[in-house]
Ligand binder design. Structure first.
Ligand SMILES: Nc1ncnc2c1ncn2[C@@H]1O[C@H](COP(=O)(O)OP(=O)(O)OP(=O)(O)O)[C@@H](O)[C@H]1O
Length: 269
């Protein structure tokens, strides 16, 4: 006689799962003999803003750099485990790292424009990747990237002037525009506001909110208020492990782990 009970494997979920953009599987990072990440498993969903918080030295930036292989540039750094981008292993031998870093852009703590004009800062990447055939196409990319980074109005009359002549906040938006110009899908931000004043910071935070409509954003921040303001989900790191990850609101108001609670209430860190 056949059982009336349906096998659980046949159950159809009643909600469509978020698209997983990046899947990290058992990721470990070593600097020489020193292991600083101890098997990180995490999914990053398409079009979310996810923040990494945690005390200094817990491995947030090291993990961020795994997502576009920036750790390759650090001598003595070794990464184990897998990072799947759209289900493809980014550490596989056939991956073109230059293409990968266009697809997964990065904005650093300190704005680092090239010592070139504002225009050239944006045009450099699209030229390198052959994204514009004609000068008019390049002009369009420069304008649209600067617009999306909320900088166009401030610089449109001085595109030929050095990017380094802009204010810190403007330089950071220039760097965001530069990463947008090569049509990334993901933007990694490593403490993007830590060198900025509160006004420039709030402009970048508003920008992050707009950018998430088109991009997936992963942001490392020391500033818990910033994580609470900008991110959909937050991951709390401690001593090279992810202690807790979840909806930002819930993590800050109702943390499940004692260590998360201690950190967000300022008991350590
Ligand atoms: N280039 C490097 N060479 C050797 N050790 C490093 C290097 N970069 C980071 N580390 C070590 O790896 C550990 C994790 O550092 P990481 O910068 O990833 O942490 P973090 O949480 O981002 O810290 P912070 O919030 O201070 O930026 C630390 O112990 C750090 O000293």
């Amino acid at each position: 006689m056949q059982s009336k009970t349906q096998p659980t494997t046949a159950t159809v979920p009643d909600t469509v799962p978020d698209t997983v953009k990046i899947a990290a599987k058992d990721v470990k990072v070593f600097y020489g003999q020193n292991q600083v990440l101890h098997g990180i498993n995490m999914d990053v969903h398409a079009n979310e803003v996810i923040s990494f918080i945690g005390p200094s030295g817990c491995g947030k930036s090291s993990f961020l750099r795994c997502m576009n292989r920036m750790n390759d540039t650090i001598e003595g750094c070794r990464v184990e485990g897998q990072i799947l981008l759209d289900q493809r292993d980014i550490n596989a031998a056939n991956i073109d790292v230059v293409q990968l870093r266009a697809q997964v852009g990065m904005v650093f703590q300190k704005p680092n424009p090239f010592p070139k004009s504002i225009y050239e800062n944006i045009a450099y990447g699209p030229k390198l990747h052959g994204l514009a055939q004609r000068k008019a196409d390049l002009d369009d990319i420069v304008e649209s990237s600067l617009r999306r980074a909320g900088l166009w109005q401030e610089v449109k009359d001085r595109l030929d002037q050095p990017g380094t002549g802009l204010s810190g906040g403007q330089q950071q938006r220039l760097c965001i525009a530069r990463s947008i110009a090569v049509s990334p899908e993901i933007i990694l931000m490593d403490e993007p506001c830590s060198a900025l004043d509160p006004i420039a910071t709030s402009i970048i935070e508003e920008l992050i909110d707009e950018l998430k409509q088109n991009f997936t954003i992963v942001i490392v921040t020391h500033n818990m208020q910033q994580a609470a303001r900008v991110s959909d989900r937050t991951a709390f790191f401690h001593l090279g492990q992810v202690i807790e990850i979840g909806n930002t609101n819930e993590l800050f108001t109702n943390p499940k782990q004692k260590r998360t609670e201690d950190y967000i209430t300022g008991r350590y860190g």
